[in-house]
Design a protein. Structure first.
Length: 146
C-alpha cells in the first residue's frame, strides 16, 4: 500500500482467523477497495497518528471506518478508542467495536468513550461474514461523515 492511499476500512484485529474472515467478507461484498489490517492497538495508534513505521503517512487521510477488537496485545481496544476520541483530528472518526466480549462493562465503557457501534462477533461463520459485510456496506457506502 502506498503511504497515502485512501484507506476505506482499518481493521484492528489480533486474531488471524477472524481478520481473514472479515477481509474475505468485505472483499466478497465489494464494499471496500482498500482494507488495512493491523494486529494490535500500538500499531493502530501509530497508523492513525502517523508515528513509528507510519510516520510518512498523512494523518489527514483517515479511514472511512475503524473496525476495532477490544482484547488485543500491547494496547487494548478501549485505550485505542480513548486516544482516537481525545484527539481533535480524529475525534469524529467512525469506530465500530467488533469483539467477542459480551461483558456489560465493556459495552458501557465503549459507549462512554464514544464508540459509534458495538457489535459482538457471531460465532457462526455465515452470520459472522454477513455481519461484517453489512457493517462495511453501512459505514463505507451509506454513512456520511462530517
Amino acid at each position: 500500500m502506498s503511504e497515502n492511499k485512501t484507506v476505506e476500512i482499518l481493521l484492528i484485529e489480533d486474531s488471524d482467523q477472524d481478520a481473514e474472515l472479515a477481509i474475505r467478507a468485505l472483499e466478497k461484498s465489494n464494499v471496500a477497495n482498500e482494507i488495512v489490517r493491523l494486529k494490535n492497538g500500538e500499531e493502530a495508534l501509530d497508523f492513525i497518528f502517523g508515528k513509528g513505521d507510519y510516520e510518512h503517512r498523512s494523518v489527514m487521510n483517515q479511514p472511512k471506518v475503524v473496525l476495532l477488537d477490544l482484547k488485543m496485545p500491547k494496547v487494548d481496544g478501549l485505550e485505542v478508542l480513548k486516544e482516537i476520541r481525545a484527539n481533535e483530528a480524529t475525534s469524529k472518526l467512525p469506530v465500530v467495536i467488533l469483539t467477542s466480549s459480551k461483558e456489560e462493562r465493556d459495552v458501557i465503557k465503549s459507549y462512554e468513550l464514544g464508540v459509534n457501534s458495538y457489535i459482538v462477533k457471531p460465532v457462526d461463520f455465515k452470520r459472522f461474514t454477513q455481519a461484517v459485510s453489512e457493517i462495511g456496506l453501512y459505514w463505507v457506502l451509506l454513512n456520511q461523515k462530517p
